[in-house]
Design a protein around this ligand. Structure first.
Ligand code: BES
Ligand code: ZN
Length: 763
């Protein structure tokens, strides 16, 4: 039996005396019925639905584990629907008892016991004596276990609507990243964060890990320190050991130093409540959420309010800076609520994570998790907050039913994000973001149409492929431009009505591409009718759209275009109604003029001539991050999508004038490093190497490592492919950096570099 620690220890004492007969035994009916992975999950939600979880979590930095006692509230679908046991396949049941078998997703963890008896005492966090051990077993499942884990089977008596699972995560848990103090901003305390989307929630909580199942939750979290998990709080409430939160004794780190957030409203003191010398952090999520929005972060960080229902969490030394950067957060929340309906989640906070966070942001309800790389010092990267905030409607309120419908989460969100940005900062600003988005989409299509053209459909058919593979610019940018086309077709006012209706209709539920298409058809027909009425019977002209710009096609004419977007390859023809919308930016015309001027200032050395272009001709007055990005992308991507390059002299000239190598803006740095690698500009390499060791945001890592893999070097004034050398360099840097990367970034890079995949984070 595990060593006792904290409140968990007390629980085990109760079990020691209680009725734990069958714990770990085998039901002859385990492994029967379908063990097939359906939409990336083994959960049999046709037989049981989890409606609520009540969690007790002990976070242990010393051994990098979370020990959990979770009570699940279950609905027996067969009882609810008055069906006979096992009458509707796929089913999992014991024909002798008539008990159904619950299948949960789980991975990278050890299940220590499963109990029932309706005896989980919420106040004390203990099970009462009557608690009964249930039979459970880990089956093998039908798909890649490293990725999907294995089904956890539990025979649940028909009389029980509550069960408790006691488990402990392994240090390899894919969702969790355990950071040393050196990997944080303040460098004083270790840090833990989770990243559950898409299918990693199962690596830290056993659950029905599919977006179509929603549940509420309550949670109590403690940080436990002490040698290998020894009790920090003794039976009489006194501290019994010197803390060693990080695996070595350190009197400066105490469990009470830590703050905790989850994707839920925090109850009690925002810093946690002291109970028997330790801190307890309590949470409540009253709105039903899908599993991928389960989130936790633990570290030494503070909080600053930014308005009536907004605020920021960041490590102490970063807090002021973060608060300054996010000053417009309240305005964003208010503007979004005005346009798309009331904000549903109470407070909207942003937690700034250490730089290894693998994403830009993650829309965990109540607390968005964000990369520190958006803190550029000039508020120029806050569209990322607008994006995560937008998910409060598209994604968190109305959720993609399966990962095949991921575009319904992300495409809608990018569209809503750009509306928020336009509302706050004007059309010119939003247009810059649209052009940058289109550029990224074109780049993605450049390889995708050759390598996996069917992945360029909005609606995916992932089967047993990792849902991570659907995370491309197609869902985001093709999805957004599809909605932008619809907005232009119907007019903004009418389209807003459609969107608001969508958010109301599916609130706290899920949506599929088919449902969306049916709604769109109904809306389209309504618009046709309304337009026809407006024209009156006297007019024979075809109906016009809400903005009156062009005739609204009949649904019959329009439908093929809609399907070209949803189930077609690449991008629809921009020349036709319903085709790809026009994307242009006035601001960027200015940048393009500067690029032309630059190229005209010499006889481009990079094209084999001898008069280098002159950086001093470029006028950058009024440039924001977006202007710089557009400039750099004009340099490093040719019109046909192939990599561009400049001569080393030209790179040196640009660097001397604009100091790109030293930039603290991670977006600009990323583009500069890509250009530097393409141009074999060595003076940037040390900074690039340092960047790869520090930053774990996958969006930045991938293009830099990809550029390294495709490296050319200059020899005798000529570019020569140096793939072997590039790969060697990329692999060397990666192996050095990997211990600091989150598992999802490490996994993608291992695939890119052709290295074997490890389970979880491998650490
Ligand atoms: N929900 C996504 C991140 C995600 C998607 C994680 C799928 C895992 C699986 C988040 O909202 C997102 O899109 N983040 C972007 C932000 C950007 C588009 C502004 C990112 O991290 O780059
Ligand atoms: Zn998103």
């Amino acid at each position: 039996m595990e060593k006792l620690h904290g409140f968990v220890g007390l629980l085990l004492l109760v079990f020691g005396m209680g009725d734990v007969r069958a714990c770990g035994g085998r039901s002859p009916y385990f492994g029967e019925g379908s063990q097939a992975l359906i939409h990336h999950s083994y959960a049999n939600d046709g037989e049981f639905l989890i409606t609520h979880m009540d969690m007790r979590l002990a976070v242990n930095f010393a051994d990098k584990t979370i020990e959990g006692w979770v009570e699940y509230s279950l609905v027996h679908a067969y009882l609810r629907d008055n069906r006979k046991p096992g009458t509707v396949p796929p089913y999992h049941f014991n024909p002798i008892t008539g008990n159904h078998i619950l299948l949960l997703d789980h991975r990278d963890m050890d299940v220590l016991g499963v109990y029932a008896g309706g005896s989980f005492d919420k106040k004390s966090g203990m099970l009462r004596n009557g608690a009964k051990g249930l039979l459970f077993e880990v089956s093998s499942g039908s798909a890649d276990t490293l990725l999907f884990g294995k089904p956890l089977e539990i025979e649940v008596p028909r009389s029980q609507s509550k069960i408790v699972i006691h488990y402990k995560t392994r240090p390899s848990a894919g969702a969790l990243q355990w950071l040393s103090p050196a990997q944080t901003y303040d460098q004083t305390h270790p840090f833990l964060f989770s990243q559950s989307q898409a299918i990693l929630a199962r690596t830290w909580i056993p659950l029905q890990d599919k977006p179509s199942v929603r549940f509420t939750y309550t949670s109590e979290v403690r940080v436990v320190c002490g040698a290998a998990g020894a009790a920090t709080v003794g039976a009489n409430g006194s501290r019994t050991s010197i803390t060693d939160c990080i695996g070595v004794e350190d009197p400066d780190i105490n469990p009470t130093d830590f703050n905790v957030v989850m994707s839920a409203v925090k109850l009690g003191n925002p810093e946690g409540d002291i109970v028997s010398n330790n801190k307890v952090h309590r949470f409540e999520q009253k709105k039903p959420i899908p599993s991928y929005l389960m989130a936790i972060a633990v570290g030494s960080f503070g909080y600053k309010s930014l308005g009536k229902n907004t605020g920021v969490y960041a490590e102490h030394k970063l807090l002021q800076k973060a608060a300054w950067e996010f000053a417009d957060l309240q305005k964003m929340v208010d503007a979004a609520g005005e346009m798309f309906g009331e904000y549903a989640w109470g407070d909207y906070n942003v937690l700034v994570l250490p730089p290894s966070f693998p994403f830009g942001g993650m829309e965990n309800p109540v607390v968005t998790f964000a990369t520190p790389t958006i803190i550029a010092g000039d508020r120029s990267l806050v569209s990322l907050l607008a994006h995560e905030l937008a998910h409060s409607w598209s994604g968190n309120l109305v959720t993609n039913r399966t990962w095949d419908d991921f575009w319904l989460n992300e495409g809608f969100t990018v569209y809503v994000e750009s509306r928020i940005m336009e509302q706050l900062y004007g059309k010119n600003y939003a247009d810059m973001l649209r052009v940058l988005g289109k550029g990224e989409l074109d780049k993605t299509l450049g390889w995708m149409l050759k390598e996996a053209p069917e992945d360029s459909h909005l609606r995916l058919h992932l089967g047993d492929r990792d849902p991570d593979e659907g995370l491309t610019d197609i869902a985001y940018e093709k999805g957004r431009f599809f909605l932008m086309m619809l907005e232009q077709l119907y007019g903004r006012a009418a389209f807003d009505e459609f969107l608001n209706g969508h958010f109301r209709k599916y609130a706290f539920g899920t949506v599929t591409t088919d449902l969306f298409l049916a709604d769109l058809k109904a809306f389209h027909e309504k618009q046709l009718k309304a337009a026809g009425k407006e024209l009156g019977s006297s007019s024979s002209k075809s109906p016009v759209t809400g903005n009156g710009l062009r005739p609204l096609p009949t649904w019959r004419d329009f439908e093929p275009l809609v399907f070209a977007w949803v189930d077609g390859e690449g991008l629809p023809n921009p020349q036709v109604v319903g085709g790809f919308p026009k994307v242009e930016s006035k601001e960027f015309e200015r940048v393009e003029q500067q690029v032309s001027k630059y190229f005209a200032s010499g006889e481009p050395l990079h094209a084999g001539s001898s008069i280098p272009c002159d950086a001093s001709v470029i006028d950058t007055s009024g440039f924001t991050t977006h202007h710089w990005l557009h400039l750099l992308r004009k340099f490093h991507t040719r019109a046909d999508g192939s990599p561009g390059r400049l001569s080393r002299d030209e790179m040196a000239g640009l660097d001397a004038r604009f100091h790109f190598t030293q930039t603290q803006n991670a977006e600009i740095a990323c583009d500069w490093f890509v250009l530097s690698i393409q141009s074999d500009y060595r003076p940037a390499y040390q900074a690039m190497h340092d960047f790869l060791l520090k930053v774990g945001r996958r969006k930045f890592l991938m293009p830099i490592y990809e550029a390294l893999l495709a490296q050319y070097v200059v020899k005798d004034g000529k570019y020569e492919p140096a793939f072997a050398q590039g790969k060697e360099m990329a692999t060397e840097i990666f192996l050095q950096a990997e211990p600091g990367y989150h598992s999802v970034a490490a996994r993608s890079l291992r695939e890119l570099l052709g290295l074997p995949l490890t389970g979880g984070s491998g650490r």
